[in-house]
Design a protein around this ligand. Structure first.
Ligand code: PLP
Length: 361
């Protein structure tokens, strides 16, 4: 067996430690005589799995006690509707900052449920930067402010958080969850589809301040009400049991093998620096993002020649570096280097890029 270096934006690489542990426990979890997949979500064995996942998340992310952790389904995309349905309930308006396709989709969905004000956008330069955070003027009457903290497609990350006063800050952290420490108390809601950095697809994690869990807009379907899920410990219906178990293993890996999110951040910074350093000095490749807005997780780059980009994607794939093709709206290439991508994977990619550059410059 030879495993490839997988640079997919999501679903993406999982830590080998996690896959091996899951594989050891596949046929029989503990002494239960069954796989986690086969367990009743109401069993005491499964109750221990979901609560352990939650307590590890709380410990790793230092989540304050007045926040609930919800394990939901429907992806980050369902949160685009759940957030306005549950939070646009006082003044029926919200502020959005557009920094890419995902924030655009989030804003479009919110428009169905109230008045949306676009505070800033980086659409003018294909979302290759984060607009000046200090220049943003937020509406003090807004029910919340929505941002996408790391933009998966364009490879940007907010260099700092906006000051929103008493207005709750809601952030999509799908492509950077658990990649570095975050001060949860600065946010009203954090949400993420798990399939980038937290585990397999099928699980959506929502971290929400308790005072924001109230009566939703009239007509909100039961399954789209935070209150229902919070009151039932994410067990109102069958949760994505196996994905939650896997997320728990990822958290265990982060705690025991990596040593927490400070250490994870150092490793992620080391990986990103290797790639950005090379891009900044290459005669053939160049990064597409302004230096002050660069993501640690998603690194888009181009040669400037579409044919050469295609050749690079094909040759890199044959050499065991897969899913490097960029998003259709940016073109070129994108290397997603989430937590599970080892430093060696990034070094090997850069060595391959150097060789390609010599052969094609
Ligand atoms: C992948 C992604 C999404 C979409 O997630 P789904 O779980 O597929 O709905 C939304 N926002 C960001 C930032 C993403 O990276």
């Amino acid at each position: 067996m030879s495993r490839v270096y997988n640079f997919s934006a999501g679903p993406s690489m999982m830590p080998e430690w996690v896959l091996k542990k899951a594989s050891n426990e596949m046929l029989e979890y503990g002494a239960t005589g069954q796989s986690v997949m086969e367990m009743s979500h109401r069993s005491k064995e499964y109750e221990a799995i979901i609560r352990s996942c939650e307590s590890l998340l709380r410990e790793l992310m230092n989540i304050p006690d007045n926040y609930k952790v919800l394990f939901l389904q429907g992806g980050a995309s369902s949160q685009f509707a759940m957030i306005p349905l549950n939070l646009m309930t006082k003044n029926h308006k919200a502020d959005y900052v557009t920094t890419g396709q995902w924030s655009k989709k989030a804003m479009a969905e919110a428009k169905r449920y109230g008045t949306v004000n676009e505070v800033a956008s980086s659409a003018d330069k294909t979302f290759s930067y984060i607009p000046d955070v200090d220049a943003m003027k937020f509406d003090p009457e807004a029910d919340y402010v929505h941002i996408t903290l790391n933009n998966t497609i364009y490879g940007t990350k907010w260099p700092k958080l906006p000051e929103t006063g008493n207005v709750p800050l809601v952030a999509d952290i799908s492509s950077m969850a658990l990649s570095e420490p975050l001060d949860v108390s600065k946010f009203g809601v954090l949400y993420a589809g798990a399939q980038k950095n937290m585990g397999p697809a099928g699980l959506t994690v929502v971290i929400i301040r308790e005072d924001l869990i109230g009566e939703p807009q009239e007509g909100t379907p039961t399954m789209f009400q935070y209150k229902i899920h919070a009151d039932n410990g994410s067990m109102y219906n069958t949760p994505p049991t196996y994905s939650i178990y896997m997320c728990g293993l990822v958290c265990q890996w982060l705690k025991e093998e990596i040593g927490g999110l400070e250490n994870m951040k150092k490793i992620n910074e080391e990986k990103a620096a290797i790639l950005y350093d090379f891009l900044d000095h290459s005669k053939l490749f160049k990064g597409t993002v302004e230096p002050g807005s660069r993501s640690l997780m998603n690194v888009p780059f181009v040669t400037g020649d579409e044919e050469l980009d295609k050749k690079f994607v094909a040759e890199s794939k044959a050499a065991g570096f897969v899913n490097l093709k960029g998003h259709r709206t940016v073109g070129g290439m994108r290397a997603s280097i989430y937590n599970a991508m080892p430093v060696e994977g990034v070094k090997a990619l850069v060595a391959f890029m150097k060789k390609f550059e010599e052969e094609n410059a």
